[in-house]
Design a protein around this ligand. Structure first.
Ligand code: SF4
Length: 286
């Protein structure tokens, strides 16, 4: 059987025109991507300003994302709001306040767990790095191909690639936090095929389960590869946003292939359309 792998740049350009609704707002996926790029630019500006009054703002973004552990959206926002209300100065960085934040946010994994993670993260950025964010972000950029495996944050209990990348994705567009909703869409379209040769050794496995470390590393490399194939017009974070919104609007647990703009190029959409055509022809013959 001959399969034509979808042309990536063309497929992306088509998806960008699709409307997607999120947070009670509706706009094209292209506009969602632009909006998120603006957010990353603003955060990067904060880091590059080296102004000490931004330290708590940068830290609060890390705290929010490093503590989500598989819950995103409302749970993370609640924690972020509670942190910003309670911790406004560096003097507020103490255990009793972490406990207050987690209690106020009704932290799902328990106050002791959350408090231990917060303390360890604060210790790293405040005591070890002395708030020198550039040391951290420069290292992340240098190690982007391998997904920054020596990151000290990954030594903290409960912090794994996914939440670390979620935090990093607010500042560096080369790090995206993959979830099953995104990888399912990528697999359905047929884009996993672009990942056959992302590595020359046996340390990365092709797969779509972000909870598996080897699969996760494969996805990281695949998205970097796809970004290159788009001539860096779209970063891994852009691509993650694009497929996430496509998943929300057309390609979720149930698919709406008939009205999906990439049906003709998507391997799954094309196959379903062709199966329907075969069925219609068979029905007419009966
Ligand atoms: S054509 Fe169907 S399977 Fe393919 S991306 Fe669109 S909704 Fe998903």
């Amino acid at each position: 059987m001959k399969i034509t792998i979808p042309n990536l740049p063309q497929t992306i350009e088509t998806i960008l025109t699709l409307e997607s609704s999120f947070d009670r707002r509706s706009q094209t996926i292209g506009q969602w991507v632009d909006e998120h790029r603006g957010y990353i630019r603003d955060n990067a500006r904060m880091v590059n300003s080296h102004a000490r009054n931004h330290d708590i703002s940068i830290l609060s973004i890390f705290i929010r994302d490093l503590l989500v552990r598989n819950i995103v959206g409302e749970g993370g926002q609640r924690l972020y709001d509670a942190f910003c209300e309670t911790v406004t100065r560096k003097e507020d960085l103490k255990t009793e306040n972490y406990r207050k934040v987690l209690t106020k946010a009704r932290y799902r994994w328990g106050v002791p767990v959350g408090s231990a993670v917060m303390s360890a993260v604060v210790k790293y950025f405040r005591d070890d790095l002395q708030w020198n964010w550039s040391v951290y972000f420069d290292q992340a950029e240098r190690c982007r191909e391998e997904n920054f495996p020596d990151d000290q944050l990954l030594r903290i209990k409960h912090i794994k690639f996914k939440v670390r990348d979620l935090a990093l994705s607010n500042f560096n567009p080369n790090y995206a936090a993959f979830d099953l909703h995104v990888t399912r869409v990528v697999a359905r379209i047929g884009l996993l095929a672009y990942g056959w040769d992302v590595t020359s050794d046996n340390t990365v496995e092709i797969g779509t389960n972000p909870s598996d470390n080897k699969n996760y590393l494969f996805l990281h490399k695949l998205f970097l590869r796809m970004s290159d194939l788009c001539e860096a017009k779209f970063s891994p974070v852009d691509l993650d946003r694009i497929f996430w919104h496509l998943g929300r609007s057309k390609c979720g647990a149930t698919t709406e292939c008939d009205t999906c703009p990439i049906q003709k190029t998507c391997l799954t959409g094309e196959k379903r359309a062709s199966n329907k055509q075969i069925q219609r022809t068979a029905d007419r013959r009966r």
